[in-house]
Design a protein around this ligand. Structure first.
Ligand SMILES: C[S@@+](CC[C@H](N)C(=O)[O-])C[C@H]1O[C@@H](n2cnc3c(N)ncnc32)[C@H](O)[C@@H]1O
Length: 211
């Protein structure tokens, strides 16, 4: 069964600000920095960024600082997190839409040179059939310029509910196959680091795909 009421789940998470320590955790900030560096490597210029599941806008702010000419469209399911993201970001460069990115994507028009879709695909794929996910990824790549890049970080094999069910390595591999089936994987790296706030060591992957 898909996760029951994901919007309510994320709203309750964000009742308490920064539930995953995105703004303060060395582990999270390094994960964002690695994605920024990858975008710098793979793209000539970054003018327009689409971020799916932008949470409270911590990564978004780092992206806008790294690419000072860029604007960003963030789509975030939680109204509370979206509001925090708006207050964190310059409103002349960032538009944060509070919406379900599964439905909202059809309202988005291209040309983006960067899509960031981090730690969010597994929540969304839970609510799609395989063919739905394939078509969603096709739509996403359709919004990217031919020389654009889609970047994501994901932490497979999580142990807490509901993520445990959603991040099984075989499922994460299936999502990777869908992305590689529509686009081309151009980067994969794996990083193991301690998250002091959780007193645990985690391994996450960073991947990049091009249309
Ligand atoms: C684990 S957080 C990751 C946040 C950020 N992308 C990062 O890498 O730090 C997942 C975020 O995705 C959002 N999210 C989940 N499903 C979504 C959907 N269908 N549409 C938009 N946002 C969604 C959640 O509300 C949450 O803010």
């Amino acid at each position: 069964m898909p996760m029951d009421n994901p919007k309510a789940y994320f709203e309750s998470k964000f009742e308490c600000a920064d539930p995953w320590n995105f703004a303060t955790s060395e582990y999270e900030l390094k994960k964002y920095e690695r994605q920024v560096a990858l975008i710098e490597d793979r793209t000539e210029t970054v003018d327009r960024i689409l971020e799916i599941g932008c949470a409270e806008g911590v990564h978004s702010r780092m992206l806008l600082e790294a690419f000072p000419q860029a604007t960003l469209l963030g789509i975030e399911l939680s109204d509370t997190a979206a509001e925090t993201a708006r207050s964190r970001l310059p409103n002349d460069r960032a538009e944060i839409v509070s919406a379900d990115a599964i439905d909202y994507l059809s309202d988005v028009t291209g040309d983006f040179d960067t899509v960031v879709w981090s730690e969010t695909i597994y929540y969304m794929a839970d609510r799609m059939t395989g063919p739905d996910l394939y078509e969603y990824v096709e739509t996403l790549f359709g919004l990217l310029r031919p020389d654009g890049v889609l970047v994501m970080a994901n932490f497979p094999d999580q142990t807490d509910a509901p993520e445990k069910r959603l991040t099984r390595p075989a499922l994460m591999d299936a999502y990777r196959r869908v992305l590689s089936g529509v686009g081309t994987q151009v980067h994969r790296s794996q990083h193991t680091a301690q998250k002091v706030e959780s007193n645990a060591t985690y391994t996450y992957e960073i991947r990049a795909f091009e249309p």
